[in-house]
Design a protein around this ligand. Structure first.
Ligand SMILES: NC(=O)c1ccc[n+]([C@@H]2O[C@H](COP(=O)([O-])OP(=O)(O)OC[C@H]3O[C@@H](n4cnc5c(N)ncnc54)[C@H](O)[C@@H]3O)[C@@H](O)[C@H]2O)c1
Length: 354
């Protein structure tokens, strides 16, 4: 059996998640090394999951290791591009957590370095891999929803600021707040389901109302990132806006880490001339009309999410077997350009052409 020798860079919350949900169960993976600036984290990976794996504190040293075919980047956002570009120069394949990068130029540098090296770059798009998303992608592509002309998407959290005061809430390290953290998931899902129309303009506003804390712990539903008491919080906690596409379609967006809504919800709702298609917390719904009756189509049981593991499996299939990648690096550049345009719009109080 062909095997992919992989190393994990960044052994925090998401890195450990990749290990538990994928690497431990995938026979075509040989987990050869763990890298983190905190030695106790690489030690925990070795002790807990992969005895015998090598440990590195500096990713540049790891990249010299000839036993490594591919790396999986699970570091803070601002390091994604730098580490990926260095990995391609060293002849490695790269899987990277979302968001692709903290600005479009850095995402483009990753795309270009991958092309130059002739290696695979894939950035996590786990929401494309849920049962609901896979079904609806085919439903829309087959024309059963008709023309998709408008929609809305979002991820609204009532309370759930990741790593408050740490890198997540520091613009220079994260690139932004919930728009880049959560928007990259659901805007990508919406645009992908719509058939990848080209975004041409964006307008939006951002708010920061929970930086000083609330009586209820404002991070209670967030398991990611390490909080730092008295640390930096210079990103938004709510982003609301509007995207226009070259085919005339539009998308309303809303992303919050903390806002006084009823409960957490992540969703895409697209309006087609024949049907409306909805992903609601990874469950699918279709609203249509047949034989003169309005009809709601809802699967009988829970649909599986499992998107992270399936996305990582796609990476292994692409590298080892030349399978079709779910993600094209240009889509990452386009996605980050939307977010960059949004932040510009919020700062300047006007619609921004892309
Ligand atoms: N797809 C998803 O659903 C999802 C969910 C959460 C987080 N993420 C993404 O995963 C990434 C990591 O997030 P997290 O929640 O695990 O953060 P985290 O802070 O828990 O982990 C980051 C790790 O990177 C390490 N690190 C920092 N600088 C490093 C360097 N130079 N070299 C090696 N390691 C370094 C840190 O010590 C830490 O252990 C982020 O990009 C985040 O957006 C994705």
């Amino acid at each position: 059996m062909k095997k992919l020798r992989i190393a994990l860079v960044g052994c925090g919350g998401m890195g450990r998640f990749h290990i538990d949900y994928f690497y431990k169960h995938e026979p075509r993976i040989e987990f050869v090394a763990a890298c983190d600036i905190l030695p106790e984290r690489t030690q925990a990976v070795v002790d807990g999951s992969f005895p015998g794996a090598k440990q590195y504190a500096d990713y540049r040293e790891l990249l010299k290791d000839p036993d490594v075919d591919a790396i999986d980047i699970c570091t803070p956002n601002y390091l994604h591009s730098e580490i990926a570009v260095a990995a391609f120069a060293a002849g490695k394949h790269v899987f990277c957590e979302k968001p692709d990068a903290i600005d479009a130029a850095k995402a483009a540098a990753m795309r270009d370095a991958a092309a130059k090296a002739g290696k695979v770059l894939m950035v996590m798009r786990n929401n494309r891999f849920t049962d609901a998303a896979k079904y609806l992608k085919k439903y829309v592509a087959d024309g059963r929803a008709g023309e998709i002309y408008a929609g809305r998407c979002g991820w609204q959290r009532r309370r759930g600021i990741p790593g408050k005061g740490g890198w997540f809430t520091t613009k220079a390290q994260s690139g932004g707040g919930p728009l880049i953290d959560l928007g990259v998931h659901m805007i990508d899902l919406a645009v992908w389901l719509m058939g990848n129309p080209r975004p041409v303009a964006v307008s939006g506003q951002t708010f920061r109302k929970f930086a000083e804390g609330s009586d209820v712990s404002d991070s209670e539903h967030s398991q990611f990132g390490d909080a730092v008491a008295g640390g930096t919080f210079d990103v938004e906690d709510l982003a609301m806006g509007f995207i226009r596409f070259d085919n005339g379609a539009v998308l309303q967006i809303e992303f919050s880490w903390a806002s006084n809504v009823g409960k957490e919800r992540r969703f895409v709702e697209l309006l087609g001339t024949k049907a409306g298609v909805v992903v609601d917390n990874s469950q699918m719904k279709i609203f249509t009309e047949e034989n003169g009756e309005l009809l709601d189509l809802v699967p009988p049981g829970e649909q599986k999410d499992d998107g992270h593991a399936r996305n990582l499996k796609n990476f292994v299939d692409v590298v080892l077997d030349g399978a079709e990648p779910c993600y094209k690096p240009q889509q990452g550049v386009d996605m980050i350009a939307i977010l960059e345009g949004f932040y510009k719009s919020a700062a300047e109080g006007r619609e921004v052409r892309l």
